[in-house]
Design a protein around this ligand. Structure first.
Ligand code: ACM
Ligand code: ZN
Length: 510
């Protein structure tokens, strides 16, 4: 029996007793007191299964008692105790039951035939605990996405942000616009520099978009794991794939191509052309039809304005709308798309550029701002009373290298596990004007942008263990975080990840 409890993210409160209970098999026997048995049973069984623990009649008894619904703040909370009778769980929600079983599974996995006497009272610091996966720069199988949803669930992340459109690929079907996928998902050169010709082209002829059936399957898989999916459709930049399919929506009329290169490209949607709102409406309606969640991400990042400066249609739009610069055209477009999303009954999210150049078009109040260029955008958004998601690139982008070395994969700098761990979305380092603005920070998302990651195995190597660090930093209040303690638990946790076949980086963490 090890002395450290091996749960990641660490629970809010843990009290260990002096007794030890022996058991003979690492299986569990689940039972439930209360209503909604089917729903809860399925979720709790899933929780144990994804941590590699099977059910059996003679397994460790796990009794879940469902309490009546309490406040919204209790939605993900649970109490778990271990005593002579086995494992007792009390919660008022399916997610509370699910997370309790994840914690129980991790305790069982980290123990060796003996369970400690224990009381855990647990609840997350943040309601928004996310992971972004870019499936455009590299295209991944649904099997890998499910594997990542398992990883989210195992670390109590409840948001999967699915980046579905970008310069290098459009990944879902839109009725009336078949070329978005037929043309927009295919790059002419899958090798991506620098590599020898043909090195990455094994899958050249595979379909590189997700069918409706696949998307529905992913959504249902996520629901079983208490995860909401946030689909992202980029607007108005990062749109080379759309333009390659429908060149009439760019300022110059093309021709364009699905990008083989990485970076920021000058050809973006022509905001002087009303028809772009027709294609976006079709795309967003399709998203609404597929995704049951409350939010749609509308992008907004890294959009150059140079084409708009010289495009007659864009210039006419600027004149008509009384705008002083091409940059202000983006804010005008954002308000249009945000109101389209609201009209479809969803809440828009945008990258922090949606705060820029909006002298004539104030950002609609319902837009949630995702801060990626550091935390400044999030601070500004909170000061304007917007809700905020924190994803500062220097702390929460897990595609950065783990350490400075030519031999390590990753790009755009280094962020260590410690740097990720020590970031707290609403922590003391944020200089907010008013205390209540802290409450607007819903939480954060760690992100994996997938330039140079054509193989999902390489993606795993970059993710773990920083993914675990991000999960704990989203679950625990800042004052309870302790990196040395986290590192100790990670030694056990890595064995679990290894047994579940996740690759991870083994080098220095700080
Ligand atoms: C971003 O990394 N461009 C959101
Ligand atoms: Zn234009």
């Amino acid at each position: 029996m090890n002395d450290t409890l091996t749960i990641i993210p660490k629970p809010f409160y843990i009290q260990k007793g002096s007794k030890i209970f022996k058991y003979s098999s690492k299986t569990v026997s689940l039972s439930i007191n209360g209503e909604r048995i089917e729903d809860i049973l399925k979720k709790t069984q899933t929780a144990f299964t994804l941590a590699g623990i099977q059910s059996s009649e003679n397994g460790i008894p796990v009794l879940i008692t469902l309490l009546s619904e309490k406040t919204a703040a209790d939605q993900e909370s649970y109490i778990l105790s271990i005593d002579e009778e086995g494992i007792q769980i009390q919660t008022c929600s399916a997610s509370g039951a699910f997370y309790a079983c994840i914690s129980a599974a991790q305790v069982i996995n980290g123990s060796d035939g003996e369970l400690p006497e224990l009381t855990i009272k647990d609840q997350p610091k943040h309601i928004w605990r996310g992971f972004l996966l870019d499936t455009c720069r590299s295209f991944y199988s649904t099997a890998f996405i499910k594997k990542m949803l398992d990883a989210c669930a195992l670390h109590k992340l409840n948001i999967f942000h699915w980046h579905l459109t970008d310069d290098q690929g459009w990944r879902f079907e839109v009725p009336g616009y078949p070329k978005l996928t037929e043309t927009g998902s295919v790059r002419s050169d899958l090798t991506m520099p620098p590599s020898e010709e043909g090195f990455y082209d094994e899958g050249k002829n595979i379909r590189r978009w997700y069918t409706d059936e696949e998307i529905k399957e992913i959504i249902s898989y996520a629901q079983d794991r208490c995860i909401e999916i946030i689909p992202e459709v980029e607007f108005p930049g990062h749109s080379s794939a759309l333009l390659a399919a429908y060149p009439q929506y760019g300022c110059t009329g093309g021709p364009y191509k699905v990008e083989n290169r990485w970076g920021i490209f000058p050809d973006v949607l022509c905001l002087g052309n009303d028809e772009i709102f027709t294609i976006y409406e079709a795309a967003l309606k399709k998203i609404v039809q597929l995704f049951p969640g409350k939010y749609i991400h509308i992008g907004g990042d890294e959009c150059p304005h140079e084409r708009w400066d010289v495009c007659p249609k864009c210039q006419a739009r600027m004149k008509k709308e009384g705008l002083d610069s091409a940059a202000q055209l983006q804010a005008w477009g954002t308000t249009k798309i945000a109101s389209m999303v609201a009209g479809l009954g969803k809440i828009p999210i945008g990258w922090d550029e949606v705060l820029d150049n909006n002298k004539h078009n104030a950002l609609p109040a319902n837009v949630v701002v995702q801060s990626w260029r550091g935390t400044e955008g999030g601070i500004k958004a909170a000061s304007m009373n917007h809700k905020v998601i924190m994803s500062p690139c220097d702390r929460f982008y897990l595609n950065l290298k783990n350490k400075e070395s030519f031999e390590e994969p990753g790009r755009l700098g280094v962020t260590t596990t410690k740097k990720t761990y020590t970031f707290s979305p609403a922590g003391k380092e944020l200089k907010l004007e008013k205390a209540e603005q802290r409450d607007l920070i819903l939480g954060g998302e760690c992100a994996l942008w997938t330039e140079k990651l054509p193989f999902s195995r390489n993606a795993e190597y970059l993710l773990f263990p920083r993914f675990c660090a991000a999960a704990e930093s989203l679950w625990l209040p800042e004052e309870k975080k302790d990196f040395e303690d986290f590192k100790q638990r990670l030694e056990y946790h890595k064995k679990l990840l290894h047994s579940l076949d996740y690759l991870y980086y083994e080098g220095i963490l700080e």
